[in-house]
Design a protein around this ligand. Structure first.
Ligand code: ZN
Length: 401
C-alpha cells in the first residue's frame, strides 16, 4: 500500500505540521515520522496550510432513492407523511429508480465532498421486497475503497399494516443490512407496542443496533420515545439505539423535554438530527451538554420527498449551526462535531479520529480557521479513505455511473 507524507497541514486548525500515513493509518505527525529510508516508497504532498479534519460522517440518508443524475422531478405531493410515502412507492416504478445506480451516484458525490462513512436507511416493503437492500449492498461492495456504507433495513411503508414486511426485514438483515430500522410506531403502524416489539425482537435475534425514524410530534412522540427507552433498558441495548429526527424533543413543554433528555442520557440513546428549518427539532447543544451523542445527516437527497438536500456534511454543519443559533467559533466546532465524531460515535466506528493509529479517513479543508472552513465550505482540497487519495479539489477520482 502507498504511504503518504503530507507537509504543511493544520490538524483541526492548529499550527502547521506534517502527517505520515502508513498502511492506511495515521503513523504520526512531524517531520521525523516521514523521514529516513521509508521516504523512497512514500508519496509526498503539500497541503498548503489546509486544515486536516477526520472524514465527514453522513449518519442518516436514503441512497436507494435519490434522484441524482435523473431528470428533474416535478413535486406535486400532498402534505401528509403518508402522502409522501405512498407517492414514493408509485414513483419508484414510474421513474425506474435503480437502487444500485442511484446509491452509487450519491456515494461518489458524497466522497468528493469529504464523506468517508455513511449510514443509509434502505426501503424494505412488500412491493420492492429486498431489491433496494441488494442494490445498495452492491454499491457498498463496489465502492468499498471509496466510502464505508452501513445499511439500515427500513420499513418505510410501515410494518404491521403491510403483512409480509416483518419477514422481509428479517431477510434484509440476513442479506447484510447491519442495523434494524423503524418508523413512527404510533402514527404509521398505529400499534406502538407491536411495532417496537418487532423492531427490538429483530435487533436481539440478529445482534444489530436499532435506528428508528421518529417524526411523531409533541406528546405522541414523547410517548413513543418512552417506549423506546424502556425497551433499550430492558434488553441491555444502551449505546446501540439511535432515534432519528426526534422532533418531539423540540416541543414547547420543557418539563417533558427535560425528563426525556435525562432518560435518553441514562439509556445512552443517540439522537440524529437533520436540523430541519421547518419543524421543531432537538436542541443540539443541550443534548450534548447532557452527555447524549448527537449525529447529523442529510436525509433524502433530491428525491420525491423534496428537492433541496445536498449531501455535503459541511453544509449540514452550517444548517445545524443556523437551526441551533450557534455563532461562536467553539459553537461552530460543535456543529461540525455532529458531522464527524458524533456520527462516528453513533455508528461505533473503530479507529476514527486524528490520533496516531487511527484510520487515515481524512479530509483537507480550506480556511483560516475551522469555523471559516465550515462556513465557506470550499471544494475539499483532498479526501483520503484508508490512506488513499479518493478525491482532489472537489472531484472524486472514480466516476459515478
Ligand atoms: Zn430518513
Amino acid at each position: 500500500m502507498q504511504n503518504l507524507f503530507i507537509r504543511n497541514v493544520r490538524p483541526m486548525g492548529a499550527d502547521p505540521t506534517s502527517v505520515t500515513i502508513r498502511d492506511g493509518r495515521i503513523a504520526g505527525y512531524g517531520q521525523e515520522a516521514g523521514g529516513g529510508a521509508e521516504i523512497l516508497d512514500t508519496e509526498i504532498l503539500d497541503a498548503g496550510g489546509a486544515i486536516l479534519i477526520p472524514g465527514l460522517v453522513e449518519a442518516h440518508t436514503h441512497m436507494d432513492k435519490t434522484l441524482l443524475g435523473m431528470g428533474w422531478y416535478r413535486n406535486e405531493v400532498g402534505p401528509r407523511l403518508i402522502d409522501k410515502i405512498d407517492n414514493e412507492r408509485a414513483q419508484r416504478r414510474l421513474l425506474g429508480i435503480d437502487p444500485a445506480r442511484q446509491s452509487a451516484r450519491q456515494a461518489v458525490l458524497a466522497a468528493s465532498l469529504g464523506t468517508t462513512h455513511i449510514r443509509t436507511h434502505v426501503d424494505v416493503d412488500t412491493e420492492v421486497g429486498v431489491a433496494g437492500i441488494e442494490g445498495v449492498l452492491a454499491t457498498r461492495e463496489r465502492y468499498r475503497d471509496l466510502v464505508d456504507i452501513e445499511l439500515v433495513a427500513f420499513p418505510q411503508s410501515g410494518m404491521l399494516i403491510r403483512p409480509g414486511t416483518v419477514e422481509l426485514m428479517d431477510r434484509a438483515l440476513q442479506l447484510g443490512a447491519q442495523v434494524v430500522g423503524g418508523l413512527d410506531p404510533a402514527a404509521i403502524d398505529r400499534d406502538p407496542k407491536g411495532h417496537l416489539d418487532v423492531v427490538f425482537g429483530l435487533a436481539e435475534r440478529h445482534g444489530v443496533p436499532v435506528d428508528i425514524h421518529l417524526h411523531e410530534a409533541a406528546e405522541l412522540g414523547a410517548f413513543s420515545m418512552e417506549l423506546i427507552i424502556e425497551r433499550t433498558r430492558a434488553l441491555g441495548l444502551q449505546g446501540k439505539v439511535t432515534i432519528s429526527h426526534a422532533f418531539c424533543l423540540g416541543m414547547t413543554d420543557q418539563d417533558i423535554v427535560a425528563a426525556l433528555i435525562d432518560a435518553l442520557a441514562e439509556a445512552r440513546i443517540h439522537i440524529l438530527t437533520t436540523a430541519p428549518a421547518s419543524r421543531p427539532a432537538p436542541a443540539v447543544k443541550r443534548l450534548v451538554e447532557a452527555g447524549i451523542v448527537v449525529a447529523a445527516g442529510t436525509d433524502g437527497v433530491r428525491d420525491t420527498w423534496g428537492p433541496y438536500n445536498h449531501p455535503d456534511m459541511l453544509e449540514r454543519a452550517v444548517l445545524v449551526g443556523l437551526r441551533n443559533n450557534l455563532r461562536r467559533d467553539d459553537e461552530v466546532a460543535l456543529a461540525l462535531d455532529t458531522c464527524t465524531h458524533g456520527g462516528a460515535r453513533m455508528m461505533g466506528l473503530e479507529g476514527y479520529g486524528l490520533d496516531p493509529g487511527d484510520r487515515a479517513d481524512l479530509v483537507l479543508v480550506e480556511g483560516e480557521t475551522l469555523a471559516e472552513a465550515v462556513v465557506s465550505r470550499r471544494p475539499r482540497r483532498l479526501v483520503l479513505k484508508g490512506g488513499r487519495v479518493v478525491a482532489r479539489d472537489g472531484v472524486a477520482l472514480v466516476e459515478a455511473p
